[in-house]
Design a protein around this ligand. Structure first.
Ligand SMILES: C[C@H]1O[C@H](OP(=O)(O)OP(=O)(O)OC[C@H]2O[C@@H](n3cnc4c(=O)[nH]c(N)nc43)[C@H](O)[C@@H]2O)[C@@H](O)[C@@H](O)C1=O
Length: 357
């Protein structure tokens, strides 16, 4: 019997991460049947219990094949990854398997079993490495410097190769830094937002720990690495809209996904502490142990192709993004202060588990 589907069926890998959250909400609002994968168990009532979750490791070939066979998606959004470039040095083999080989296995499965299925692959501006190019777009030379960047470059190129060779609808979004209140604390944006919120509430010490295993705000100070790095910071909610547009477009292709504006980490601090009326220079200090030996010092997207071909425009600018993040951290901290939970143990935010999306 031929199955007639009324609704489109999407599979989102790494669905429990920041981007998965926004994308699943978007797809549900567009009437999709959503299947989501997570590496670890998730609360089934998330997203109003409207998502069918599958839990397991994508690097397990049998699990991956069963996942694709059982869900039979019309569209796959491959967001699962070791998502922290700095941590990819600690787990380089897992990074290569999950970030590079899994996308290839998905392409191979699509080629053999689901040729009508469309793929969005989450590529990254880390594929450019420490570039000196003023603006980066789809043509910019890839020169990644970390196991993360190298694994993402492999995935980017193999997806493009399968698209060329087999004429399949496989696309990559080269995602520049994208943040939100759902960002884990071990990314610089949320680390700053958290410290700025705590300082605004008059706190000098937070329970949550930083990469060094010390409180994120300690003695009223936030310790950071290189604050001169400039990044193109966008809002994750805007980025998932780009993902959907890319998959809906008649022709598959690669797109740079970023705002086109760059800000330094120092500017992020300035904007974040300003939300509470504070002078960031009194609260931020440098700890050289947080400097990265390999880093991308400057990223700024040229999103012209995405804008002209698909009409994408980010709705949240840098200022609004920072304010949104700091205000949400203030709300969370006030809730926790109100519950007089001051005796709870310090919380590490940099566990191995948090390396994944
Ligand atoms: C595009 C790319 O974007 C993300 O990776 P990331 O850029 O490594 O993210 P991050 O927030 O850890 O670092 C941003 C910058 O901030 C600098 N920085 C300074 N001081 C601290 C600091 O104290 N902590 C951290 N974490 N960073 C610091 C750090 O050196 C780096 O230059 C992922 O979404 C990834 O999946 C992805 O694809």
């Amino acid at each position: 019997m031929i199955e007639v589907r009324v609704k489109k069926r999407a599979l989102v890998t790494g669905g429990a991460g920041q981007d998965g959250w926004y994308l699943i909400d978007l797809l549900l609002s567009r009437g999709y049947d959503v299947f989501a994968h997570s590496r670890i168990a998730v609360d089934p009532i998330l997203h109003g219990g409207r998502v069918s979750w599958r839990v397991g490791s994508l690097t397990d070939e049998t699990f991956l094949k069963n996942l694709l066979a059982e869900t039979g998606p019309d569209e796959i959004y491959n967001l699962a990854a070791v998502s922290r470039p700095a941590i990819s040095w600690d787990i380089p083999i897992e990074t290569a398997l999950l970030n590079a080989l899994v996308p290839q296995r998905i392409c191979e499965y699509i080629r053999r079993e689901l040729p009508a299925c469309r793929l969005f692959q989450a590529s990254s501006s880390e594929i450019y490495g420490d570039t000196r190019t003023a603006l980066q777009d789809e043509e910019t030379r890839t020169n990644p410097g970390s196991p993360y960047g190298i694994s993402k470059a492999y995935a980017h190129q193999i997806v493009g190769a399968y698209r060329q060779q087999y004429g399949l609808h496989l696309s990559c979004g080269i995602l520049f830094n994208h943040e939100s209140p759902r960002r884990p604390l071990n990314f610089v944006s949320q680390k700053i937002a958290h410290a700025a919120a705590a300082a605004a509430l008059g706190m000098t010490e937070t329970h949550e720990l930083d990469e060094r295993g010390k409180p994120i705000l300690s003695g009223g100070k936030l310790y950071l690495g290189d604050i001169n790095v400039r990044r193109d910071f966008g809002f994750a909610g805007d980025f998932v809209e780009a993902m959907r547009l890319i998959v809906q477009h008649a022709t598959p292709a690669d797109y740079a996904v970023g705002t086109g504006h760059a800000h330094s980490i120092a500017e992020f601090c300035e904007a974040a502490f300003k939300v509470g009326g504070l002078d960031w220079t009194k609260h931020v200090a440098i700890d050289k142990t947080l400097l990265r030996k390999v880093d991308s010092h400057f990223t700024q997207a040229d999103p012209s192709k995405l804008q002209s071909q698909l009409g994408w425009r980010p709705k949240i600018d840098f200022q609004a993004l920072v304010e949104m993040m700091v205000q949400e951290r203030m709300r969370i901290l006030m809730t926790s202060l109100a519950s007089a939970d001051a005796t709870r143990p310090l919380v590490a935010t940099t566990t191995w588990n948090k390396a994944f999306d």
